[in-house]
Write a protein that binds this ligand. Structure first.
Ligand code: S3P
Length: 424
């Protein structure tokens, strides 16, 4: 797909619902008693994979645009699926659902696309095995396909070597089927949507520092969930608003949970003009973001902030290439095991645009202010790579071509329409 340059963006935009929250709403709604109504649900391919897995396990889920009704059957109401559960491209579906499946009284198999079959699953197999689960990687390579034979689980305290909300959530969900209080400690606090939402459904989850604990056998009750706009999707509009001369964009109703708002903190460190309006703390915190063109400078992104912006690093790297001065991104080894190796893929593609960028073991060093031009970008079918370079393409000179551009379907099906809607 060819991306066209745009000048001065104005107007309002509402980005689709948060991907992490949409997944969890379907999962927890399925395990609750009664009908959970979800509004502003993300209709992206990843969340649709979660819906299809729960339908296969006997949960009735109806959908009208972005409104979903999940007819939950309680904690022990899932049925054995009669075929493989297809998780598509979705790491969140795979890792969270594994925690649930480990405690059922049936056997299930999970598989997905070529990317999911390369993503590390040992990180969830290790804690689940320590709880007494029976989970195997069918090719014995630590990746999907996985076979899970549900059985009674033991409560554990798991010290996770990675700050991963998917690992933490997997263990907490398995903990609902365990024989005591299960807890997880992570090196740095990762997104806490599972803890917030499970409590909202009636579970007893406590958080202290970087440790979260859950009591077993909760009675979950159906709820109403209005999913906030995804800050990871808003990131592209923040960037395009900051970088396109003469722009002012209002992004409505964005989730600003402090475990996710690293992008706002980094943009401000780079000199961004972003004003938060209509801040609400009812459940997941939200705000409208007013973004105005700013001249950006380099920064260092490292340490505890990384999990709060891990999915936004491709966009940050592009902003850094357009900014003056040097940006250093470190402590972000996790980028290597996302939908693509995002250190390698960002470096390769930014170099094609003429950027001065160097890959490191745990991040990138970007020397900004070098003139950038359009290029042929290989998205590696990674939605966040495609969207980050689409933003770059609306700002730089010369033709910009994105290969595999349709992969935005994973998290933001209407992305290109929305991107062009704000231009003159
Ligand atoms: C997610 C957690 C993060 C994030 C992913 C969604 C979640 O992954 O990158 O897009 O919904 O829990 P990790 O837990 O692997 O860091």
């Amino acid at each position: 797909m060819e991306i066209k340059k745009q000048t001065s963006l104005h107007g309002e935009i509402t980005v689709p619902g948060d991907k992490s929250i949409s997944h969890r709403a379907v999962m927890f709604g399925s395990l609750a008693d009664g009908t959970t109504r979800i509004t502003h649900f993300l209709n992206g391919a990843d969340c649709l994979s979660t819906i299809s897995c729960f339908r296969k396990m006997g949960i009735k889920i109806t959908q009208k645009d972005s409104e979903i009704l999940v007819h939950g059957k309680g904690l022990h109401g899932l049925c054995a699926p009669d075929s493989i559960l297809d998780v598509g491209n979705s790491g969140t579906t795979t890792r969270l659902i594994s925690g649930i499946l480990a405690g059922q009284n049936f056997v299930s198999e999970l598989n997905g696309d070529a990317s999911i079959q390369t993503r590390p699953m040992k990180r969830i197999m290790t804690p689940l095995l320590s709880m007494g689960a029976d989970i195997i990687s069918i090719q014995d390579n630590g990746c999907a396909p996985l076979r899970i034979t549900g059985r009674p689980l033991h409560a554990v305290h798991y010290n996770s070597p990675v700050a991963s909300a998917q690992v933490k959530s997997c263990v907490l969900l398995a903990g609902m089927y365990a024989d005591g209080i299960t807890s997880v400690t992570e090196p740095v606090l990762s997104r806490n949507h599972t803890e917030i939402m499970l409590n909202y459904f009636g579970a007893d989850v406590t958080s202290r520092g970087t440790t979260a604990s859950i009591h077993p056998n909760p009675v979950l009750e159906a709820r109403e969930i209005n999913v906030p706009g995804d800050i990871s999707s808003a990131a592209y509009f923040i960037a395009v608003g900051l970088l396109t001369p003469g722009s002012e964009i209002l992004i409505r109703n964005v989730g600003i949970n402090p475990t996710r708002d690293g992008i706002l903190r980094v943009c401000r460190n780079m000199g961004a003009d972003i004003t938060l309006m209509n801040v609400s703390h009812d459940g997941e915190p939200t705000a409208d973001l007013l973004v105005r063109t700013s001249s950006l400078h380099g920064t260092t992104v490292e340490g505890d902030i990384i999990p709060a912006l891990i999915d936004e690093i491709p966009m940050i790297a592009v902003m850094a290439a357009f900014a003056e001065g040097t940006t250093i991104i470190k402590d972000a080894q996790e980028l290597k095991v996302k939908e693509s190796d995002r250190i390698e893929v960002m470096t390769e593609n930014l170099k094609r645009m003429g950027a001065d960028i160097e890959a490191t073991d745990d991040g990138m060093i970007i020397r900004g202010g070098v003139p950038l031009h359009g290029a042929v970008i290989d998205s590696h079918l990674d939605h966040r790579i495609a969207m980050s370079f689409a933003v770059a393409g609306t700002i730089c000179d010369g033709p910009m071509m994105i290969e595999g551009a349709e992969c935005v379907n994973i998290s933001y099906p209407e992305f290109y329409q929305d991107l062009y809607r704000l231009g003159k």
